[in-house]
Design a protein around this ligand. Structure first.
Ligand code: DC
Length: 226
């Protein structure tokens, strides 16, 4: 079986995954899949159907049966455009809750694997290099200091808890969610042993993208040579 051409970009919230993954996909002229948006959309659809987020069979049914439309920054589930609705502090918490459920993860991982069949893809998330595509030729783990991650999130209007929420409060919410992602039993957030870690603290986006592109070039050349 051939190795899927996946560039896996993992890391905690606010590390810059979205911006960097989009830019890398554009530079490589390939698709970009934000798997966090899939967890968010599943949480949204479950609530919309009036089901509880800890009703694992109900959430897993949404995860395995929903029709996703992921196109750039547009996210639709079962025909509902949720691009904006899933980017709120409430949906931050709801997505982290469904992402803890093993049956939900299994369903979404299967769908994420099938998305790579159509060709090269930059896929961002928490477990892409460890669980979804452990054989991915390129794995990047983006990180940044907790202060910088919180400051980035606080600048994003969608993630302010309410008008006037300060960085300290955003930092507390981010920290709580990261702890959930790192300590859950099913595929916790962790760096794959063969991932290249890039600390984006204080780095402009184009510098991070250049580093990622260098790794892509090296790994692809290595894969051709072996
Ligand atoms: O990246 P994000 O903040 O949009 O992700 C939403 C939630 O989903 C977050 O709690 C982490 C979780 N997630 C995950 O567990 N695995 C992924 N591959 C992507 C996101």
């Amino acid at each position: 079986m051939s190795v899927p051409d996946v560039i896996a970009i993992d890391g905690p919230s606010g590390a810059g995954k979205g911006t960097v993954a989009r830019a890398v996909a554009q530079a490589l002229d390939c698709r970009h899949i934000d798997t966090g948006a899939m967890y968010r959309a599943v949480a949204w659809r479950t609530l919309q159907q009036g089901r509880a987020l800890d009703d694992e069979p109900a959430v897993a049914a949404v995860a395995s049966g929903a029709d996703f439309d992921l196109d750039g920054t547009r996210v639709a589930i079962d025909g509902h455009d949720v691009s904006r609705a899933i980017r709120t502090p409430e949906m931050d918490v709801a997505a982290a809750a469904v992402a803890r459920l093993p049956r939900v993860r299994a369903a979404l991982v299967a769908r994420q694997r099938s998305l790579a069949v159509a060709g090269s893809v930059v896929m961002e998330g928490r477990d892409i290099g460890t669980t979804v595509f452990p054989e991915a030729p390129v794995k990047i783990y983006l990180d940044a200091s907790p202060e910088e991650r919180a400051a980035r999130r606080a600048q994003d209007p969608a993630h302010r808890l309410s008008p006037g929420t300060g960085v300290a409060e955003v930092a507390r919410a981010l920290d709580a969610r990261d702890r959930l992602d790192r300590t859950r039993r099913a595929s916790p957030l962790e760096q794959a042993p063969d991932a290249v870690r890039i600390d984006t603290t204080g780095l402009p986006v184009d510098a991070v993208v250049r580093r990622v592109m260098k790794v892509v070039g090296e790994r692809r050349q290595g894969a051709r040579g072996s």
